[in-house]
Design a protein around this ligand. Structure first.
Ligand code: TYM
Length: 337
């Protein structure tokens, strides 16, 4: 079967963007693909400096996958750092990757632009982990022989880099071993854009504008109220697609709430629905959908829960897969006999 792989970086509490952009589409693909899903904890180390917090976020992302429906009997499910083969291959792949490619990576370029704008040294605060990030991510993808990588729009460049890096390796060593060339799969939701956050920009842990998935009800309600709206009066027609509240509703709503979404769109366009009422609709849909997930999540977060066994078994499976590829690569490049 073809392989579907994706990862989430534990840099904060899992949020709606992760669920909609990655977890849900990945779980859908798990039905037809050989699925491989993981927690990218060493990727988080480029920014998270508090060890207790990193441990907490890693467990939290793992619990989220399972609460959202990941079945560890059908998916290879692990924590990246439990698979040392990844870090050995990381070195090999960094030796076939052009530095110029890394210079053009979005995340690194954005950090430089921010520094230049602030009148700082261009590379101020940029560590080598951030700079090498795309190589490690390519390795995550390539070592599991991935065909498709379900990700949000913001990660597409990284998957293209993985394809490029695989190409460089294949060009040099393809007679002995060739990596599969992976492809990003971006979920077609709503307008096809990334999910907006509380301030209307892309929902992102780095903008601190996320809706975490497992908030208590009253906090969730408060956050929904904070999403910006304009001052169009209740009775006036409104553009649903221009409203982050509606976009979140449309992208999040499960098929069972399709009628609610269609009806809400109509009422906004015709006039007569105010932003306050729209926010109540969004809150209700979110709360109904997320409550059962929250209960499962809380149970998995308990120390000693079944999550530990799931991840231990997953790590074993992942190491076996990665080990096969690494053995071929070592041979291809001339490291082992
Ligand atoms: P991360 O942890 O930032 O995000 C995890 C996934 O969630 C998606 N996502 C969104 N989708 C739509 N709208 C949003 N507002 C939104 N915010 C986040 C992301 O696109 C992503 O799919 N580098 C990766 C982690 C990673 C990885 C990998 C992914 C490491 N190795 C190998 C795939 C394959 C990252 O930082 O994602």
């Amino acid at each position: 079967a073809k392989v579907s792989l994706t990862g989430i970086k534990p840099t904060g509490e899992p949020h709606l963007g992760n669920l909609i952009g990655a977890i849900r589409p990945a779980l859908q693909l798990a039905e037809q693909y050989d699925s491989v899903y993981f927690i990218a904890d060493y990727h988080a180390l480029t920014t998270v400096r508090d060890p207790e917090l990193l441990r907490h976020y890693s467990r939290s992302v793992a619990a989220t996958w399972v609460a959202a429906g990941l079945d560890p009997r059908r998916t290879t499910f692990y924590v990246q750092s439990d698979v040392p083969e990844i870090f050995e291959l990381n070195w090999v792949m960094s030796c076939v990757t052009g530095k110029g490619l890394m210079n053009r990576a979005h995340a690194y370029k954005a950090a430089r632009d921010r520094n230049v704008e602030a009148g700082e040294e261009p590379d101020a605060g940029v560590n080598m982990g951030l700079y090498n990030y795309p190589v490690l991510m390519a390795v995550d993808i390539l070592i599991m022989e991935s065909d498709v990588v379900p990700v949000g729009r913001d990660q597409v460049q990284h998957v293209e880099y993985a394809a490029d890096i695989a190409g460089s390796f294949n060009h040099l060593y393809g007679k002995s071993y060739s990596f599969k060339i992976p492809k990003a799969v971006v979920p077609e939701v709503g307008t096809g854009q990334t999910l907006p956050g509380l301030d209307g920009r892309k929902m992102s842990k780095s903008y601190d504008n996320t809706i975490p998935l497992f908030l208590p009800e009253n906090k969730l309600k408060k956050l929904v109220r904070r999403i910006p709206t304009d001052s169009t009066p209740v009775e006036d027609p409104k553009d649903p697609d221009g409203s982050p509240v509606f976009q979140i509703l449309e992208q999040f709503a499960p098929p069972s709430a399709a009628d609610v979404v269609a009806d809400t769109r109509k009422r906004l366009e015709q006039g007569g629905m105010g932003w306050g009422e729209l926010k109540n609709v969004l809150f209700e849909v979110l709360n109904t959908e997320l409550t059962p997930l929250r209960e499962r999540y809380d149970a998995l977060m308990e120390p000693g829960s079944e999550l530990d066994t799931m991840l231990a078994e997953g790590a074993e499976q992942a190491r076996e897969r990665a080990g096969r590829v690494l053995t071929s690569v070592r041979k291809a490049v001339g490291i082992s006999k």
